[in-house]
Design a protein around this ligand. Structure first.
Ligand code: CDP
Ligand code: CDP
Length: 225
């Protein structure tokens, strides 16, 4: 059976990375977290104290930067120039700056080129905002995953509680809505559902239910190619 390429897009907290990771394990596919790549260059730019509105400076820095997603027993690890930055890229500071960096067309082009290479092999599940529309426009399976903003904020609150990060539900909801707006309204490959994507509302679905649904859709597609 041939393996396929699966694109999962949607707003923050919809469940994309959790579900993509689990479905990848079940299907024995490679999972690619494209958000981690935008986070990694945002983190490095902040460390270098770059002006995040300076597209040319960001692109220069990115061209000298390696970003690798390496599998490990505790899940995918993100390496920036050979150093594991998996925790550093998830801070509130990086989260609140990443959409500004990701809005620059030339930053996107550089990362999209790298993501296209990662998707070439097949047997891949990639999640992000523009995977079905720009990175793998001919993906065999495209999912647009969403959930209500209240539910997505509630999930992030639980995530933070587990990690011992104090946070406020209303603040989290406001941050999520702000980031979704920036991601959806930017000119360069905004967050938008691809015409041929399947819409999946996960508000009232458990993680296992969504994973099952995607594995089932993938198997149908696998046997059709
Ligand atoms: O996991 P979470 O939903 O918080 O976000 P993420 O997937 O880690 O992505 C972080 C940010 O990177 C998004 O809010 C977008 O601004 C940007 N991003 C993007 O523009 N295109 C992608 N393919 C992936 C992420
Ligand atoms: O990658 P994205 O930002 O779309 O979301 P995520 O980080 O995978 O999911 C955010 C949180 O929601 C995680 O803690 C998941 O365990 C949880 N989740 C859930 O409770 N129910 C779902 N159907 C999907 C995710």
């Amino acid at each position: 059976m041939k393996t396929i390429r699966i694109a999962i897009d949607g707003p923050a907290g919809a469940g994309k990375s959790t579900i993509a990771k689990m479905a990848a394990e079940k299907l024995n596919y490679t999972y690619v977290d494209t958000g981690a790549m935008y986070r990694a260059i945002t983190y490095k730019s902040m460390e270098h104290q770059l002006d995040l509105s300076d597209e040319a400076a960001l692109v220069d820095l990115l061209k000298q930067t390696t970003i690798e997603l390496r599998p490990s027993e505790t899940g995918q690890q993100v390496y920036l120039d050979g150093i594991n930055v998996s925790n550093e890229i998830r801070t509130t500071e990086v989260t609140s700056n990443v959409s500004e960096v990701a809005a620059h067309a030339r930053v996107r082009q550089e990362l999209v080129d790298r993501q296209m290479v990662l998707a070439q092999t097949g047997g891949v599940i990639m999640d992000g905002r523009d995977i079905g529309t720009h990175v793998i426009p001919d993906a065999e399976l495209k999912i647009f995953m969403s959930a209500s903003a209240d539910e997505r904020a509630r999930r992030r609150l639980l995530d933070n509680e587990k990690r011992g990060i104090p946070s406020d539900l209303e603040q989290l909801k406001a941050d999520i809505i702000k980031r979704d707006k920036l991601d959806s309204e930017r000119e360069a490959s905004p967050l938008v559902q691809a015409e041929d994507a399947i819409y999946l509302d996960t508000t009232n679905l458990s993680i296992d239910q969504v994973v099952e649904k995607i594995v089932q859709l993938a198997k149908e597609k696998e046997s059709a190619v």
